[in-house]
Design a protein around this ligand. Structure first.
Ligand code: NAD
Length: 248
């Protein structure tokens, strides 16, 4: 029923934006941060908290430990897009989704075929030498033990936004424009605890705000519709309902 309502709103909307987080990729086998079994709740064999391991300070002060942790917990090369990613890509192809804003760094939306994706926290697939600026593939990070190095000798780091670092202003501008001009905003798989990404929701001026999440979030009361369920199942049901409506 709630999926039908969302399908109806998507059909009526002039601009629908999806804003997602780590919950989008748990069904692809990538743990989120804050759920049971997430990176912040499991025990790791490192002496520092996960927040520190993913900080700029750790990259600078303990680069060897940073890269070990990053390779082990943040990069999942075997992960494939799930039915939720594929549903969003199909909806974009059908002209029903205008943009995806993601806090994820896994690149799975693009792998599923989505084209207009704003990656607020960067991507594991973009890596750069801090010395000469040359671009490197993910394999340079994954296949080199210890600190990955460029041929110039500089450290190669992922272009992901670490704690203590700022989001790229172009990505923030693009996300603000997409959200402030959206008619329907669907927020899924994020605890909305990470700032400034979560604060972007305040720019929404459209008709309907929809939240899809397995757990409560601080924004539930502001939403016009809350769907308490899995993203894959929900988004594929919504996509199916829209396709069926289109055939009638
Ligand atoms: P979070 O862990 O704080 O919250 C995830 C939320 O998604 C939780 O509320 C959980 O209940 C919900 N959830 C989990 N699986 C779900 C599913 N299948 N269907 C519906 N809901 C589901 O994650 P966050 O808010 O995105 O913030 C964590 C930060 O770490 C972000 O920057 C995030 O992108 C990054 N991160 C990225 C990845 C990735 O790239 N895949 C993985 C872990 C963390």
């Amino acid at each position: 029923m709630t999926g039908e309502q969302l399908a109806g709103w998507i059909d009526e909307s002039t601009s629908t934006v999806f804003f997602g987080g780590a919950g989008m990729s748990t069904e692809s086998g990538i743990p989120d941060f804050r759920s049971a079994g997430g990176l912040y709740t499991i025990r790791h064999d490192v002496p520092y908290p996960a927040e520190y391991m993913l900080s700029h300070g750790c990259l600078v002060e303990h680069p060897g430990e940073f890269f070990d942790f990053y390779r082990t917990y943040l990069v999942h090369p075997e992960a494939k897009p799930n039915i939720g990613h594929r549903a969003l890509a199909a909806l974009e192809r059908a002209g029903k989704i205008s943009a995806i804003i993601t806090q994820n760094i896994d690149g799975l939306h693009q792998e599923a075929g989505s084209r207009h994706v704003i990656e607020l926290h960067g991507s594991i697939h973009r890596n750069r030498c801090v010395n000469c600026g040359s671009a490197h593939s993910l394999s340079v990070i994954m296949d080199t033990p210890g600190i990955p190095r460029c041929s110039c000798g500089g450290m190669v780091r992922p272009e992901v936004v670490l704690y203590e670092e700022s989001l790229r202003s172009q990505d923030l501008d693009d996300a603000m424009t997409a959200i402030s001009t959206a008619d329907l905003l669907i927020v899924g798989g994020t605890s909305l605890n990470v700032y400034p990404a979560a604060a972007l929701l305040r720019f929404f001026r459209g008709r309907h705000l929809v939240l899809i999440n397995r757990e409560d979030t601080g924004y539930d009361r502001a939403a016009d519709l809350v769907i308490r369920g899995g993203l894959g199942e929900t988004l594929s049901a919504v996509q199916h309902a829209i396709m069926v409506r289109g055939e009638k």
